[in-house]
Each structure stands twice: as structure tokens, then as C-alpha cells.
Write a protein that binds this ligand. Structure first.
Ligand code: ACO
Length: 427
């Protein structure tokens, strides 16, 4: 049997076979296929979700052709320049920037809930000390569900808000502890006189027995990194959180699922992979060989930090992060040879037909590893910093989903396995 085709004609007229087209406020419209199976007995096939809008959302908008990223309508460049991460987290969760009194209430709540239950700290001791921080975070964030499950009524807006405050508040100490445990250093507690990014840095790098003063330039650079990574609409980890949440699962368990998804090298693990790649390249002279490998179809190697499913022009976050990386290196008086390799690699790749044709540009991860390394973060903490930032986006999507009524997400499939057959000996 040959391939069959259906024709979709977009028109103003409705008829019994037509499907409605839904318009958003920005971006492409979407064909509403919810009744497709009931009416026509057909499923939509879209592995990788290249043409599927899985939900309506009013949180973040990405225009990959224009290189545009908006959080609740605000351009990422303006937020990175003028805002702070906690203000951005509030914006993502609530839809608007906080008034001064809303901001104070938010800060107070985060300050109240930012320490870990002492029993949570004992979980760390169960991990091998060389465990990857992301493995530890998947486990410990998931374990929080055991601490707050009974006191949580998902139908109650206050309980929902409290779960999100707990997650954003505790994440810096959770992430820092996954590092300090691995080096055997006792964990410092948050200091509520410090802002969010500064607090994370003092918990990461300070010891409990001595003063630790965080460099404000590093603190601001970290805050910018957190803003840039706070949300990115329906990416793999956010979709994972939404899918898990659609069954009514505990929010801490949903965020742990998001962390698991983020860990992969095609997603949040890419900045770690970029740095490993730059180290392997070693010198500028080796760049052409690496470019050839990336282009070779018989080689599975990809240029890490290049390409993006949505951005086919440039990733606006990569420009901001490159600027921050240069600023921090100049401030610290460091001359990182990896920055030179990265910039040369970018220059060569952007002139190469292979990358031009496929619209492959540096993404946010291309320079974030260099910046985090300059700030003193070990490589295996890069994705944990991303998870800390993305928690703001994940909880915002989790909150948005609670207001929806479509029930549990249940994708269908195109079955291509064996047809009915019988166990030997049975008729
Ligand atoms: N290096 C070399 N070739 C590449 C790269 C790359 N980094 N990325 C894509 N391509 C090629 C593919 O081989 C393919 O070529 P073909 O058409 O000849 O077969 C073409 O470009 C399209 O690739 P897809 O995999 O279809 O593109 P997709 O949009 O699905 O992939 C992804 C996006 C996963 C980010 C990909 O570009 C990649 O693997 N990049 C490296 C990993 C990375 O940096 N990930 C971070 C993503 S950003 C984030 O999570 C914050």
C-alpha cells in the first residue's frame, strides 16, 4: 500500500472535517487537533515535538528566528542588565514584577524557608563522596517530597505557593551541599543579610569556621547567569516537570524529574561538555581537526555548545554570557586560554558552510562553562547551577499547570511492533 496523504487547507469556513486554528499573542498559531482521533480515527505523529504545542502558556516566549527571548513580555537582555534573579523568579511565578511590599514579603518567605531540615543533610552521607552533584540533587530534591507531602494540599493556593517558596529558597543550600559533601567540608548555612546569589557563593566556597567575603563582581555575574537560565518555555526538563505534574504528583518529586532531564549532555549538561571539549582541543591549531570531526557524518561527535532546537539565528543569552565571561576574567586578572580557543572556534565555525546551512550558532552553554570556571566552580557543578536557576521556571510552569483542567498527559504512539501472535501451544 502506498503512502496516503491528508490535505490541510487553512480557511475562515468551518466544516465537519475542519479543525480550529488557535492564535496566541505572539508566535505561530496552532491547529487544535484534540478532536482529530475522535472524528477521524487518526493520531498526529510528531516525535521530538518539532511541530507540537503541548500546552498554552503565558510565561516565556522564544522566537528562534529573531533570537528573541521574553519572560512575561520582558526581553532577556533588559532583565539581565537591570533586574535581579529573585525579582525575575517572582515575575515568572506571578506574571508581573513585584511591588516593593510584594518583594519584601517574597524575600522574607525565602529567608524563612532557605535552610534545610537537618535530616535532609543526613541524606548526603549516603552518597559516595565522588557522586556527581546532579545525581545527588535528583535524589535529595526528590527526598524533600517525603518531608512535605502530608502538609501539602495541592488544591490550596497557599500550600502551592509555599511549596514553590521552599524549592527556590532551599535550592542554593541543596546545590552547595552536593559540592561541600564531595570535598568533605562542613556546610555553611544561609545568611539572610546576603542576597540570593551571594548566599549561594558563600555556601559553596566558604567554611563555617572563618569569614568569607564574596566578591560583588562574581556575585553579580552569578545573578546574571541565574537570570539567563531561569526559564526557556517548553524545553525537555520543563516538559518533564509538566508531564510528571499532570498526574498530580508531589511538586518536589516533579522538580527532581526535571533535574534528571536537565542533566543530559544535549540539555543542561552541555556546558560541562563544552569545557571538556575545549580542554581536549587544547590549542587553537587543533580547531580545524575538530571542525572536520563535527561535520563528518560517520563520526557521532558534535560541537558542544553549538546549535539549538529553537534558535536558528542566534541565542540572545550567549551574547550576554560572553560579555560577562570577558568582564569577570578581566576583573580577576585571569587570562583563560580556553576563552581564546572558544572565540576562535566560534569565528571559524560561523564562517563554515556546514554550520551556516544548518543555522548552528553558539548557544548559552558555549561561554557559561568558561565563566563558571573563572568564578571557581568545579566542572561537575555547572549543571547544578543551571538546575538552581531553572527551578524558578519549573515551579512557575508547575503553578501554571495547576490552573489547567485537561487532566493527565498521555501521549499516544504509532505502533510498529509485531501484530497479534499466540504463545506456542495455545490456539
Ligand atoms: N555539531 C555538529 N553538527 C550539528 C550540531 C553540532 N553541535 N548540532 C546539530 N548538528 C547538525 C546535525 O548533525 C544535523 O545535520 P544533518 O541535517 O546533516 O543530519 C543538523 O545539524 C540538525 O541537527 P538536529 O539534531 O536535527 O538539530 P536539533 O535542533 O534537534 O538539535 C541540539 C539541537 C540537540 C541542541 C543539537 O544542536 C546539539 O546536539 N548540540 C550540541 C549540544 C548542546 O550544545 N546542547 C545544549 C542545548 S541548549 C540548552 O539546553 C540550554
Amino acid at each position: 500500500m502506498g503512502t496516503k496523504y491528508v490535505n490541510a487547507v487553512i480557511s475562515e469556513e468551518s466544516n465537519e472535517n475542519s479543525l480550529p486554528v488557535l492564535d496566541g499573542t505572539l508566535g505561530p498559531s496552532a491547529v487544535d487537533i484534540q478532536t482529530l482521533y475522535a472524528r477521524n480515527g487518526l493520531l498526529a505523529f510528531d516525535p521530538g515535538f518539532r511541530s507540537t504545542a503541548a500546552c498554552k502558556s503565558s510565561i516565556t516566549f522564544v522566537d528562534g528566528d529573531k533570537g528573541m527571548l521574553l519572560y512575561r513580555g520582558y526581553p532577556i537582555e533588559e532583565l539581565a542588565e537591570r533586574s535581579e534573579f529573585i525579582e525575575v523568579a517572582y515575575l515568572l511565578m506571578h506574571g508581573d514584577l513585584p511591588t516593593p511590599s510584594q518583594r519584601k514579603t517574597f524575600d522574607d518567605a525565602l529567608g524563612y524557608y532557605n535552610i534545610l531540615h537537618e535530616q535532609v543533610l543526613s541524606f548526603y552521607r549516603g552518597f559516595r563522596r565522588d557522586a556527581h552533584p546532579m545525581a545527588v540533587m535528583v535524589g535529595v530534591v526528590g527526598a524533600l517530597s517525603a518531608f512535605y507531602h502530608d502538609v501539602m494540599n495541592m488544591r490550596d493556593a497557599n500550600d502551592r505557593e509555599l511549596a514553590t517558596i521552599r524549592l527556590i529558597g532551599k535550592m542554593p543550600m541543596l546545590a552547595a551541599a552536593s559540592y561541600t559533601y564531595s570535598i568533605g567540608r562542613p556546610q555553611r548555612y544561609p545568611n539572610n543579610k546576603l542576597d540570593y546569589a551571594t548566599n549561594f557563593l558563600q555556601m559553596m566556597f566558604g567554611a563555617p569556621n572563618r569569614e568569607y567575603v564574596v566578591d560583588p563582581v562574581l556575585s553579580r555575574a552569578l545573578d546574571v547567569i541565574l537570570i539567563l537560565h531561569a526559564d526557556h518555555e517548553q524545553n525537555a526538563s520543563t516538559s518533564t516537570v509538566r508531564l510528571a505534574a499532570s498526574s498530580g504528583a508531589n511538586p518536589f518529586a516533579c522538580i527532581a524529574a526535571g533535574i534528571a532531564s536537565l542533566w543530559g549532555p544535549a540539555h543542561g549538561g552541555a556546558n560541562e561538555a563544552v569545557l571538556k571539549m575545549l580542554m581536549e582541543i587544547g590549542t587553537v591549531e587543533n580547531i580545524p581537526k575538530v571542525i572536520e570531526r563535527a561535520k563528518d557524518k560517520n563520526d557521532s561527535f558534535r560541537l558542544m555548545g553549538f546549535g539549538h532546537r529553537i534558535y536558528k539565528n542566534f541565542d540572545p543569552r550567549s551574547l550576554v554570557i560572553q560579555k560577562q565571561a570577558k568582564k569577570v576574567l578581566a576583573h580577576l586578572g585571569k587570562d583563560d586560554p580556553l576563552l581564546e580557543i572558544a572565540m576562535r572556534l566560534e569565528e571559524i565555525a560561523l564562517k563554515d558552510e556546514y554550520f551556516i546551512e544548518r543555522k548552528l550558532y553558539p548557544n548559552v552553554d558555549f561561554y557559561s562553562g568558561i565563566l563558571l570556571r573563572a568564578m571557581g566552580f568545579p566542572m561537575n557543578m555547572f549543571t547544578a547551577v543551571f538546575a538552581l536557576a531553572r527551578t524558578a521556571g519549573w515551579v512557575s510552569h508547575w503553578l501554571e499547570l495547576q490552573g489547567e483542567s485537561h487532566g493527565i498527559d498521555r501521549p499516544r504512539q504509532l505502533y510498529v511492533g509485531k501484530t497479534l501472535r499466540h504463545y506456542p501451544g495455545k490456539k
